[in-house]
Each structure stands twice: as structure tokens, then as C-alpha cells.
Design a protein around this ligand. Structure first.
Ligand SMILES: [Zn+2]
Length: 124
């Protein structure tokens, strides 16, 4: 990976981080709002519960993505960005373009084999 690539992914990660933080704040507000609105008939309440569940699910996903982005930014600092955390191969650039915070290459011939091995030895 070239310095230019690294810079591109760092910018992308920083943009994603801001976007996801915004979304997370929005979801938090929505959850609070739905809790306040927990009145009305059974249909209203069922709908509110559904909406709240969905917003909570979304915010959990966003928190996981934020953590993954922070880790990816740390890897850029350490100079290990784009290297698979499991097998040590370079992560395919197409994969990084789709998911800039990807930490593993999921290459079926190297990575998946190692992952399986690791699972076999740890027993999980
Ligand atoms: Zn790998």
C-alpha cells in the first residue's frame, strides 16, 4: 500500500467516523424521544416498541463500527493498516474500499484456514 492509499483510507475512516457519530447521536435522541412518547393505545405502544428496538439495534451496530474505525486509525498510526490480523497477508484493496475498517482479509486459502485452526486450538 502506498502513502497515498493510506492517506485516502485515513480520510475515508475519519469521514465515516463523523457520519456514524452523527447517526449514533440521532439514534440516541430517537430512543429518548420514543421513551417519552410511550403513551397511547396498544398499537401506538407496539409501534413505539418496535421503533425503539430498531433504534437500539442500529446504535449497537454503530458503536461496533466506531470501535472498528478507531482500531483501524490506530493501525494506520502503527503502520499495520491493511495487514490481516489473522494471517498477516495484505488485505485486498477492493475489500478495504468497501469496508475501510476491515481488520482481516478473509482470503479462503490462507485466512479461513488459519481461523479454523485457531478455533480448533482454543476450542471456541
Ligand atoms: Zn487473513
Amino acid at each position: 500500500m502506498t502513502k497515498k492509499d493510506l492517506k485516502k483510507y485515513r480520510l475515508q475512516l475519519e469521514q465515516d467516523r463523523v457520519r456514524i457519530l452523527d447517526q449514533l447521536n440521532f439514534d440516541k435522541e430517537q430512543i429518548k424521544d420514543l421513551e417519552k412518547r410511550d403513551i397511547g393505545d396498544i398499537i401506538d405502544r407496539a409501534f413505539n416498541m418496535y421503533e425503539k428496538g430498531r433504534a437500539i439495534e442500529m446504535s449497537e451496530k454503530e458503536k461496533r463500527e466506531l470501535a472498528a474505525i478507531d482500531e483501524a486509525l490506530l493501525r494506520i498510526k502503527k503502520g499495520t493498516y491493511g495487514v490481516c490480523a489473522i494471517c498477516g497477508s495484505a488485505i485486498n484493496l477492493d475489500r478495504l474500499n468497501a469496508i475501510p475498517w476491515a481488520a482481516t482479509c478473509v482470503n479462503p486459502s490462507t485466512c479461513k484456514k488459519k481461523r479454523k485452526l485457531r478455533r480448533a486450538t482454543t476450542g471456541s
